[in-house]
Design a protein around this ligand. Structure first.
Ligand SMILES: Cc1cc2nc3c(=O)[nH]c(=O)nc-3n(C[C@H](O)[C@H](O)[C@H](O)COP(=O)(O)OP(=O)(O)OC[C@H]3O[C@@H](n4cnc5c(N)ncnc54)[C@H](O)[C@@H]3O)c2cc1C
Length: 377
């Protein structure tokens, strides 16, 4: 029986990009995916173009809008506009297209995929993973990547990531037309959603709308309020099909690797706890997971500790500040909006966060410095 170098559980964004990174390096990779892929993903598709460096292929086909302005509003008024100057630093991509591009390219480089199939049992024998699947076939590999998303069953099984994951409750929908959104603007709407916000990101011929609540495990049940929000984006036809999703968000620095196993993307609880940004950490974790596994396979060792160190360093440090900001902002949103978003220098800083030029950590350090020196940032 074939022993794959790597088996990846989950063929979404993180799984497919890890597969592509590894198969490009010449490793044999099998993805096990439980769904038939291709359906609309509950993801608004906002992505920093600076992530090019972590993308293992050209994704031009999936980019549907290049955002020049980001609008912030408090209950449909009190607007602030952040000008994203420079080389289109924020893209809106169609998620299904991006995932498909990554998967197709991974398959082109020799990765294999089994779908739809559920992983039912994982055991280890003589440094080999033995994976029992719902299709009654057993697969074997040297390394294992857990990429099964926010509802991950396997991250907890291997004690990777937070023991008690935190979730944002979200609703996603895609509506035809652009509503009242300018073609090259994304909008963040505060004030309506308790402990969170709503967002509208334009694709070519439609808008991805999302509602998310980030603290206190608040549920988005108020249909009347949700309709007001959707109307605020300029949509009259409210006969929409919404997808509800619990999104696993960052909740502390944790070990993300075990012996011959790593966890990536949402399964690793990497999603930004303030703005729900999950594409960036998915690509970053896929990149470093492939790099660490490559190092192990070339030097014949099993030490994946540098994977956890890299992710916690590159992403976790900033998210620790993101979490603090979320806890304060969403508890006192009106004050947060006035002091944070409406501050003179805020639009520039927000643009820098969205474009990936600055992290929450950078911003926090500036604020602390300003408080200490009482000077303007
Ligand atoms: C409403 C909403 C809006 C968002 N908007 C943005 C945005 O604008 N920008 C941004 O950066 N991020 C956004 N995100 C976050 C982003 O969508 C996620 O972080 C991203 O999808 C993570 O990718 P993933 O591959 O880790 O997980 P997923 O895309 O969820 O993929 C996991 C895959 O694993 C499969 N799977 C699950 N269990 C098993 C199993 N047992 N066996 C085999 N396969 C399994 C699933 O079928 C799925 O295909 C948003 C999220 C939500 C909910």
């Amino acid at each position: 029986m074939t022993v794959f170098d790597v088996i990846i559980i989950g063929g979404g964004l993180s799984g497919s990009s890890t597969a592509l990174n590894l198969s490009k390096k010449g490793y044999s990779v099998l993805i096990i995916e439980k769904e038939k892929l291709g359906d609309i993903k509950p993801c608004a598709g906002g992505m920093a173009s600076s992530m090019k460096k972590f993308l293992p292929l050209n994704i031009d086909q999936a980019i549907e809008s290049k955002i020049k302005n980001v609008e912030f509003r408090w209950k449909a008024s009190d607007n602030v506009v952040a000008d994203l100057s420079g080389e289109s630093p924020f893209w809106i991509i169609r998620r299904e297209k991006l995932d498909q591009l990554l998967l197709d390219e991974a398959l082109k480089y020799g990765s294999e995929i089994i779908m739809p199939a559920q992983v039912e049992k994982i055991t280890s024998q003589n440094k080999t993973w033995i994976i029992n699947c719902s299709n009654k076939v057993i697969y074997k590999s040297k390394f294992l990547v857990i990429a099964d998303g926010s509802q991950s069953r396997w991250a907890g099984h291997f004690k990777l990531g937070p023991r008690n994951p935190k979730f944002a409750n979200t609703i996603a929908l895609r509506l035809k037309g652009l509503g009242n959104l300018p073609r090259d603007a994304a909008r963040f709407e505060f004030g309506y959603v308790k402990y969170g916000f709503a967002w509208a990101f334009p694709l070519e011929d439609c808008v991805n709308i999302g509602l998310g609540t980030f603290i206190n495990n608040k549920v988005l049940k108020d249909d009347a309020l949700n309709n007001i929000i959707i109307k605020s984006f300029g949509f009259e036809d409210l006969s929409f099909k919404a997808i509800q999703k619990k999104l696993r968000i960052w909740n502390g620095i944790h070990k993300l690797n075990g012996d011959r196993v790593v966890v990536v993307g949402d399964a690793a609880s990497l999603c930004d706890p303030f703005l729900a940004e999950g594409i960036r950490p998915s690509l970053i974790s896929s990149h470093y997971a492939a790099e660490s596994i490559d190092q192990c396979l070339t030097s014949n060792n099993n030490d994946l500790n540098n994977y956890s160190a890299n992710i916690n360093n590159e992403w976790g440090k900033s998210m620790a500040w993101g979490k603090r900001i979320a806890q304060i902002f969403y508890r006192f949103p009106k004050t947060g909006y006035q002091l944070g978003v409406k501050r003179k220098t805020a639009p520039k800083r927000i643009a820098q966060i969205l474009s990936g030029e600055m992290s929450y950590e950078d911003i926090a350090k500036r604020v602390i410095k300003r408080l200490l020196t009482n000077s303007e940032t």
